[in-house]
Ligand binder design. Structure first.
Ligand code: ZN
Length: 369
């Protein structure tokens, strides 16, 4: 199958794109976006939709897992799509909500067992090149949402899921009064060794008095959203912890990624501990249901392209940017959510702001079948 595909692309494209990194090819080969989007629609048409009870009856359930309905809209019917797995022996099942399109792992992880995933050894890889690349990514995203992160003096920042403190280090350099929380005790220890003024804590925000008092100007979620089994309660908490005029930054894998449409179960966004996969649309639902007033997005073209270290020619780079924008198909999604009207005025700038109708009080609406 793979070699047949290679043969087809050899016939269609020749060797012209051999030097383009494989993660960029789908964005630069002419016509490929439309083919991949058509393939995706075909996949969705073919995949059956089943009631949750039927799905649960035939699907094995792990000790720390539970079956869930769509957390965004309440729909219980399931459209099973993928079974990502890798050689380390983990695998899980990803379903799509037939009503709102939300992609999530089902069975999911029971929230009270979330800490089990990060208990020991999780911080091991947060060093060396990985750390340098991460900090580059943080800087690029801060630039994309300038001037929110330009000057932190006199402003409080919370990094939720701060890991080994790689972002907190940048935040304290920019003058923020910065705090972090994380579920990995090893990571928190590493973070506090790295930081001078900022502090990282193990556990939940409610358990740390300096954090629970709120009043944050900025909250950041760097590659954390996909790990949250109860995003509605977490986002309601973030909303409460934000000061008037506060903003929430989210970076997460993009469920509309063209790479997901091209590679399906082997997509890089299906990593071991990811639980839920958001698009711009499903993130809007989450923000609107938890009391946020608006959200802006910054398309993600890839860190190498944005940092200018890719090896693309200028015409190919332009084509990549156009494809990402046309498909809303960057591999990551970057969003800045505004707590209230004041935040939109202060930080919206000339960005396009999607205004949200707050539905925090309304119960989830089960969509019609
Ligand atoms: Zn749904």
């Amino acid at each position: 199958m793979v070699s047949a595909r290679r043969l087809i692309s050899r016939i269609v494209y020749g060797s012209r794109y051999d030097r383009v990194h494989w993660t960029q090819r789908v964005y630069v080969r002419p016509g490929e976006r439309l083919v991949r989007e058509a393939q995706w629609r075909g996949r969705l048409r073919r995949a059956p939709v089943v009631p949750l009870a039927d799905y649960a009856a035939r699907t094995p359930l792990g000790a720390i897992e539970e079956f869930v309905s769509c957390l965004m809209c309440g729909q219980s019917r399931q459209q099973p799509l993928f079974r990502p797995a890798n050689g380390d022996g983990w695998s899980y099942r990803v379903v799509r909500c037939p009503s709102c399109g939300f992609l999530y792992r089902n069975p999911n992880v029971r929230p009270e067992h979330l800490g089990d995933l990060y208990a020991t050894g999780y911080s091991g890889f947060l060093t060396g090149d990985y750390a340098a690349n991460r900090q580059r990514r943080y800087r690029l995203t801060m630039d994309a949402f300038a001037p929110v992160f330009s000057d932190g003096r006199g402003r409080r920042l919370l990094d939720f899921g701060c890991g080994a403190g790689l972002f907190l280090e940048l935040a304290e350099q920019r003058g923020f009064e910065a705090y972090g929380v994380d579920l990995s005790p090893d990571s928190v220890e590493q973070a506090n060794a790295r930081l001078t003024r900022a502090r990282a804590y193990f556990g939940a925000p409610e358990d740390v008095p300096e954090i629970a008092e709120g009043g944050f100007d900025v909250i950041t979620l760097w590659s954390v959203l996909a790990h949250l089994p109860r995003p509605l309660s977490d986002f309601s908490l973030f909303r409460r912890l934000l000061a008037p005029g506060g903003v929430l930054l989210v970076l997460t894998v993009n469920a509309r990624s063209l790479l997901l449409k091209a590679y399906g179960p082997t997509w890089s966004g299906f990593t071991k501990n990811h639980l839920m996969f958001y698009s711009a649309e499903t993130l809007r639902t989450l923000l609107s249901r938890t009391g946020f007033a608006g959200v802006s997005y910054a398309p993600h073209y890839g860190d190498a392209v944005e940092a200018g270290t890719d090896r693309l020619t200028e015409p190919l780079r332009r084509r990549l940017r156009r494809t990402v924008e046309a498909a809303d198909g960057g591999n990551m999604m970057r969003a800045l959510a505004f707590a209230d009207q004041e935040a939109i005025v202060r930080w919206g700038g000339d960005r396009r702001v999607h205004r949200l109708r707050t539905r925090a009080e309304a119960p989830p609406v089960p969509a019609a079948d």
